[in-house]
Design a protein around this ligand. Structure first.
Ligand code: HEC
Length: 146
């Protein structure tokens, strides 16, 4: 009777351990695929983060020079300091009253003054833009001030 009771206990314990083992395997199966996809996602995220950085550094310097000239950007870089603020008595871009009489002079005069300088307006605004670029920026400023 005592022996059989011991055997019963043993079977119960082994059975319990076995059940626990099965449970752990099931749990592990639940967790593992998720961890794998997370790993994949992490490495993909790292690759994605590395890739553009590499391609941008390689491509950017060439692209910037090759890219179409942007009057808006050139204005920001070379003209805004005066024409965005009215510094040195410059006619502010967007100030229609300040530009009306200037625009009335005609484009060729505006170009001439923008390229060659005019009173407080330094030649080309002190920039190293080409004549054609200055004309394009002047057109841009005029279009914003009509
Ligand atoms: C250092 C300040 C300064 C910068 C930078 C500057 N300007 Fe001017 N600009 C002036 C001033 C001041 C006037 C007004 C001159 C006057 O009529 O007394 C003026 C006037 C002008 C006029 C009107 C000229 C006219 O006949 O009335 C144009 C066009 C012009 N600027 C274009 C530009 C362009 C394009 C740039 C950038 C490439 C630029 N300016 C950068 C100060 C500046």
């Amino acid at each position: 009777m005592k022996d059989s009771q011991f055997v019963n206990y043993l079977i119960a314990i082994i059975g319990g351990l076995f059940g626990f083992f099965i449970l752990m395997v099931i749990l592990a199966n639940f967790i593992t695929p998720e961890e794998k996809t997370q790993d994949v996602m992490v490495s993909e995220a790292i690759e994605a983060r590395i890739k553009p950085a590499g391609s941008v550094t390689v491509g950017a310097p060439v692209e910037v020079k090759a890219a179409a000239f942007s009057p808006a950007d050139a204005y920001q870089a070379s003209c805004f300091a005066c024409h965005g603020t009215g510094a040195a008595g410059a006619p502010k871009v967007g100030d229609k009253a300040a530009w009306k009489a200037r625009i009335a002079q005609g484009k060729s005069t505006l170009y001439k003054h923008a390229i060659g300088g005019f009173k407080g307006m330094p030649p080309k605004g002190g920039s190293s833009l080409s004549d054609d670029e200055i004309k394009a920026v002047t057109d841009y400023m005029v279009s914003k001030s009509k």
